[in-house]
Design a protein around this ligand. Structure first.
Ligand code: URA
Length: 225
């Protein structure tokens, strides 16, 4: 993304903050350890890291789940970690939650082929789908940061509480509702948090707020199309 368009986005957010009163949050965390990566395309990067053994999940995974979608997407959706279906297929969000995510994205005219890239904080499935461990995040997050550098999206959407608090380095208990309706910053890219599609499958009360979030996402993406 060109520097000027980043400035424009910043201005847009400042204006929207004045209009809607959303707080703008910035993370002051040091960047995760970033390793040398000389590749300049997402495909090359996938080849470079798909046999990653930086953490112990390498021993239990079936497939490394790099991410899927449009390498030039304006929107990157980030979940927590692959589940059983994703581990089996090597593709993110292909189970029930993923099918719902596809429907939600379709409602704002976005598909995996066009204008979204979907991935996870962790590229490998934690056994029994437990939450990511700090050490796993530390080792894996540089992959995500490099993906974002290559994709240069306008907006990141963190799907669910675990993804959001992990990316934003929030310790302790925080409810997803307290992270919504704010524009956060993730290594220089605006980030907003919404419910995980699996939460919508568990309880329909999350559907309306999620829909509100995706209408807002569409508005942000269209803001300087
Ligand atoms: N849940 C996630 O967080 N990620 C996936 O890829 C699938 C389900």
């Amino acid at each position: 993304m060109a520097v000027d368009s980043r400035d424009q986005i910043k201005r847009y957010f400042e204006q929207s903050q004045q209009l809607f009163g959303n707080e703008i949050y910035r993370t002051n965390e040091p960047a995760a350890e970033v390793y040398q990566s000389t590749v300049d395309s997402l495909d090359e990067f996938r080849l470079q890291i798909h046999e990653c053994k930086r953490c112990s999940l390498a021993a239990t995974r079936t497939n490394f789940v790099f991410g899927a979608g449009d390498p030039n997407a304006d929107l990157v959706c980030v979940g927590e970690a692959p589940g059983a279906d994703e581990d089996a297929q090597g593709v993110p969000f292909v189970g029930r939650a993923g099918k719902l995510l596809d429907k939600i994205l379709a409602a704002i005219d976005i598909s995996r082929e066009r204008n979204v890239f979907i991935c996870n904080v962790l590229k490998c499935r934690p056994p029994q789908n437990r939450d990511p461990l700090a050490e796993e995040v530390l080792q894996c997050e540089p992959h995500l940061i490099r993906q974002l550098e290559l994709i240069k999206p306008k907006l990141i959407v963190a799907l669910g509480r675990v993804a959001a608090k992990t990316l934003l380095k929030i310790e302790g208990n925080v409810a997803l509702k307290d992270l919504r309706n704010k524009i956060h910053d993730y290594h220089g890219t605006p980030l907003i948090a919404t419910y995980h599609p699996a939460a919508l499958l568990r309880s329909s009360r999350f559907k309306q707020p999620t829909w509100e979030d995706f209408k807002w996402i569409k508005k942000i993406l269209n803001s300087e199309a």
